[in-house]
Write a protein that binds this ligand. Structure first.
Ligand SMILES: CC(C)(COP(=O)(O)OP(=O)(O)OC[C@H]1O[C@@H](n2cnc3c(N)ncnc32)[C@H](O)[C@@H]1OP(=O)(O)O)[C@@H](O)C(=O)NCCC(=O)NCCS
Length: 163
């Protein structure tokens, strides 16, 4: 996986991605709220774009999704903002955090969902391939990176235990 050349570094800002949706009738479930599956698709899209931008390839796959919390219902007419960014980079994997907000007309945002995706860059043979390192530039990014390391270690433990 290592091609012997010095590994490139990229900042969090270089791949940060926002996606905005105006919630309409076709997005609702039978009880008049946003269908959770629609949000999950949008989350996966944002995670994919963040990972493609960081890894500089279209060949990225979703390896794991965890801690998907729905904090409150979302209704027709609301503006939904998904903001995704890289929190941690291993050799071929990237953890992408996505914060989802409803946005009021005055611009105030309220968090409605937080999710963590592990995305892996693969080569033409679908084998994991090395991605640029993550260049941490702020204290907030450093704190998120430390938290991401803990989640990575918990995921490893879960995999070893088969759940
Ligand atoms: C993701 C995938 C490429 C990993 O392949 P693998 O042979 O297990 O590769 P490795 O064990 O070398 O792991 C590669 C990296 O992925 C990480 N990884 C693999 N499975 C993981 C999981 N379940 N959870 C978290 N991280 C995982 C490893 O920690 C490693 O990270 P690193 O390179 O940064 O150290 C492979 O499992 C796969 O193709 N899965 C299907 C993906 C898919 O189809 N997704 C849905 C559609 S996009």
């Amino acid at each position: 996986m290592d091609n012997g050349q010095e590994r490139r570094k990229k900042t969090v800002a270089e791949s940060t991605t926002e996606q905005v949706h105006l919630i309409m009738q076709q997005h609702l479930n039978g009880s008049g709220r946003l269908f959770g599956g629609a949000l999950m698709q949008w989350l996966d899209e944002v995670a994919g774009v963040v990972a493609m931008r960081h890894a500089e390839t279209h060949r990225v796959v979703t390896a794991a999704v965890d801690n998907l919390q729905f904090k409150q219902a979302i209704y027709e007419g609301e503006i939904l903002v998904l903001r995704g960014y890289v929190t941690y980079v291993g050799k071929s994997s990237m953890e992408v955090e996505i914060d989802t907000y409803t946005e009021l007309p005055d611009g105030m945002r309220q968090t409605v969902n937080r999710a963590f995706f592990v995305m892996v860059a693969v080569d033409e043979n679908e084998r994991p391939t090395q991605v640029p390192e993550l260049l941490i530039t702020t204290e907030a990014e450093k704190a998120r990176n430390e938290a991401a390391k803990m989640r990575r270690s918990m995921r490893k433990q879960r995999r070893e235990n088969g759940f």
